[in-house]
Design a protein around this ligand. Structure first.
Ligand SMILES: *Cc1c(COP(=O)(O)O)cnc(C)c1O
Length: 413
């Protein structure tokens, strides 16, 4: 809930459904009074929230602008065209589909556009940061396609390019997927393009995490290299919860049909409007500066965690993402996450390459939106290490976290 329309929303809900109003206010308080270090989360703007909470939520709009299966779409058509225009211009892509309901739906549609069930796909293995949609047996991808996983170098934690090339030559995949939920370094899209071309594979970049950095110029763009780019709009990009697909004109129709009618129904016009708002915000110099600060913060956080004794994967980061093994502090990732949660520091565990125990995954997108900078990152690392070691008393650490976040309200005013 944004503060600008929170009073009305709170009033309406408080009158009509006090039970739910209390839940919304409780969540707003949780977000503001604890430290949000989940790498996939951010605080979207009051303008994005306003679009999400608008009457566009009422509109049924199957199909695409100018070719809908429902009447009364003339206004929402303008909203979707605007979202598409802003996305293509922001990312320099020929085509954008803004209807994908989520990152996973975007990947499903990309596979539907390019593959047949049973096709071979090369992707980063799940233990190294591949997403569920990259071949997990618990996901449609692992059931319907034959995934061959590549990994990272055991020493450096960096993607093993030699292995990618060898596996591509051996398995001749129909598609190669590059992208990860936890990889802290830039991905060498030119390398993946070269390998894909060599073996006649499509290249799908799942840029759900770094797409916001790409928008702000703080990370290299997959758009010139990948046949299809899948993304989310709610991570560093700071838009509404949702997905997006970018591609060249030659695949535009296949991608659109893979989203609707193949894998989805009606478009969610309130979310599409909110995506348009977020693309507009992401095109500003302020957003570019934000993405640079996100990376600067992550670098300081990674260095400070290493200083505190954590083993930082790849020795640092190029992005908003840091993964670290807290084992030298005396506990594994799962125990560490529990202690940190009790102190009001919210983050995820993640698989660690070539380790049995789990590590910690942190991101700086949300705290940077709040206005935190290098100084706060050092403070966060020290707090985190104290809590994880068990040397900081939990109640006292909780107070310190509260003191820190009180200075950086996500929705001031
Ligand atoms: C977050 C993410 C997704 C999934 O996004 P959802 O919106 O949760 O479905 C897919 N792939 C990658 C690489 C991601 O980081």
């Amino acid at each position: 809930m944004s503060v600008t329309h929170a009073p009305q929303t709170a009033d309406v809900l408080a009158r009509q459904d006090p039970e739910l109003a209390e839940i919304l206010l409780g969540e707003l308080d949780r977000q503001a009074s604890t430290l949000q270090l989940i790498a996939a989360e951010n605080f979207c703007s009051p303008a994005v929230l306003a679009a999400l909470g608008s009457p566009l939520a009422n509109k049924y709009a199957e199909g695409y602008p100018g070719a809908r299966h429902h009447g009364g779409c003339e206004i929402v058509d303008v909203a979707e065209r605007l979202a598409v225009e802003r996305a293509t211009s922001l990312f320099g892509a020929e085509h954008a589909n803004v209807q994908a309901h989520s990152g996973s739906s975007a990947v499903l549609a990309a596979y539907a556009a390019l593959l047949r069930p049973g096709d071979t796909v090369l992707a980063l293995g799940l233990p190294y940061g591949g997403h569920l949609t990259h071949g997990s047996p618990a996901n449609f991808s692992g059931r319907w396609f034959d995934f061959v996983p590549y990994g990272v170098d055991a020493e450096t934690g960096v993607i093993d390019h030699d292995q990618v090339r060898t596996l591509a030559r051996t398995h001749r995949p129909k598609a190669i997927v590059c992208g990860s939920i936890a990889y802290p370094r830039h991905i060498d899209y030119a390398f993946f393009r070269e390998v894909a071309d060599e073996v006649g594979a499509y290249l799908i970049a799942d840029a759900a995490h770094p797409i916001g950095l790409v928008a702000g110029g703080a990370a290299p763009s997959p758009v010139p290299y990948a046949d299809i780019v899948c993304a989310t709009t709610h991570k560093v990009l700071r838009g509404p919860r949702g997905g997006m697909i970018l591609c060249g004109s030659e695949l535009a129709e296949r991608v659109d049909r893979a989203v609707f009618p193949f894998t989805q129904g009606g478009a969610q016009m309130h979310t599409i409007a909110a995506k348009a708002v977020a693309f507009g915000e992401a095109a500003t110099p302020e957003f570019a500066a934000y993405t640079r600060q996100v990376v600067a913060n992550a670098r300081v956080l990674a260095a400070a965690l290493a200083q505190e004794g954590c083993v930082v994967t790849t020795g640092g980061t190029d992005t908003h993402l840091v993964t670290a093994d807290p084992a030298p502090l005396g506990v594994d990732g799962r125990t560490a996450r529990g202690r940190l949660a009790a102190a009001g520091m919210v983050l995820d565990c993640c698989a660690l390459p070539h380790a049995d125990s789990r590590g910690l995954r942190l991101g700086t997108a949300a705290v940077t939106t709040q206005g935190m900078a290098e100084k706060e990152m050092t403070r966060i690392a020290a707090l985190l290490a104290g809590v994880v070691r068990g040397t900081a008393e939990s109640a006292r650490a909780r107070e310190e976290v509260r003191d820190l976040v009180d200075g950086f309200p996500p929705y001031p005013g």
